[in-house]
Design a protein around this ligand. Sequence first.
Ligand code: AMP
Ligand code: ZN
Length: 504
Amino acid sequence: MKIYNTLTLKKEDFVPIEKNKIRMYVCGPTVYDLIHIGNARPMIVFDVFRRFMEFSGYEVIYVSNFTDIDDKIINRANEEKVDASDVAKKYIKEAIIDMESIGVKMPTFTPKATEEIDGMIELIQSLINKGHAYKVDDGTVYFDVSSFKEYGKLSHKNLDELIEGVRDIKVTGKDQKKNFNDFVLWKPAKEGEPKWSSPFCEGRPGWHTECCVMAPKYCGGSLDIHAGGEDLIFPHHENEIAQYESNTGKTFANYWMHNAFLRINNEKMSKSLGNFKTVREIISKYNGNIFRLFMLSTHYRSPLNFSIDSDGKKSPELESAKAIYQRVCTCVERLLEILNFDAPNLDDPKEQIKLYDTSISIEDNFLEYSDKDISDAFKSLKGFRMQFVDKLNDDLNTADALTAIYEIVNIANRFIKKHDEEKFACDDLFKYMLYLLLIFNKVMGINVINKKEDLDSEIEDLINARSEAKKNKDFKKADEIRETLLNKGIVIEDTREGVKWKRV
Ligand code: AMP
Ligand code: ZN
């Protein structure tokens, strides 16, 4: 596996600290509102990284936090006249619902800042004792960046040219800072704010301290990989390194991965511009699988644009992801039908091993086929399987990995047609194609085993309207609706158990 490391600005071979084990930490959302589609980008891309590494045989400890104390949470609580902890609890619950709806596997641990205050106080005290932090008159504790010679190594900024990070916490006692870039480790509580007692003053920790306490605690020491959106490189991740490394003398993380930003209509997405889209809103129109496919169609280090038509109803990017998604689903459905297989349960790890082993054993034996068309197909399929894995091994190039999958679908569709038109049969070939698509399903977390609930609401409405028309003996209307459905690639069949549908 090669990973582009923000620290060295190079693609490097990935060597874990402990063989076959990966300790990774991804900065999670600040929970003051529903998560937006930008927050979903690190969630999805690093979830695929995790799934791929697990598929490749690693044990992955995947930690992602919820920032549950912050100015934005406090402001929201004041607006709603409730406790900050109620706001945080509510939006953690909502974030988990959204993560599930976009197929994100739950992290191994999801620590919360407010449950780790003791550890943060301990770290801050240790930094004071070692001369890396200092307290000013009002009780604010700052990290002294001049005490850490490597400050700026992640963002590749030189200490003199550093500008104050836009996300730095607004502090009291600012004038008493020794250096312009010194950042807050602890700050006194304002009237009515949540607070914890500490040796410094009654107050709360700064944002940059939580991750460098939670990450090593839950990962068990230094990290292999630390990840998040590119806005976090400076100051957040730079400040995490400064605290952890000056306190322990050890490297905080060997590889730093950062995703580029998701933009909306080619603009920055922000609340003030009013162009903010929540995951919840998007998922109500397109399902989580389609949304994932869209996210993964671009490499995680390239900016990704999301747009919405002027009528505010459709997104061209998601419409095209939807068409591709349905094409893959139909292909899998037809393969299952031809093989007379039930859809497998991919959540069962044994099933995953079986899929992979069987596809490799088919691959080992395919030279036995004398029919040139079949043996050529096997060869191409193997090539695309290897391309799929190689591309993911190349700094998680999901965009090119997906292209390999679409080629597999093209080949499968050609043989499905041959089966339908010429009664072509070769179970091993169909099995191999099916297994490759199910491996794709597992690694990308995109469910392509067609389920009834994946039928979108527009089609569902049409099917219901047709049933209604038939009930009212309006057969002309019923036939018209059948025709409309056919134009959308849906064939319906009236059976004794009710209306059945399939994609063509
Ligand atoms: P926040 O709640 O702002 O701390 O963000 C949580 C995570 O989402 C961080 O890793 C951010 O870098 C990431 N993030 C926020 N906005 C975007 C965006 N528009 N595109 C990609 N990642 C984002
Ligand atoms: Zn963080």
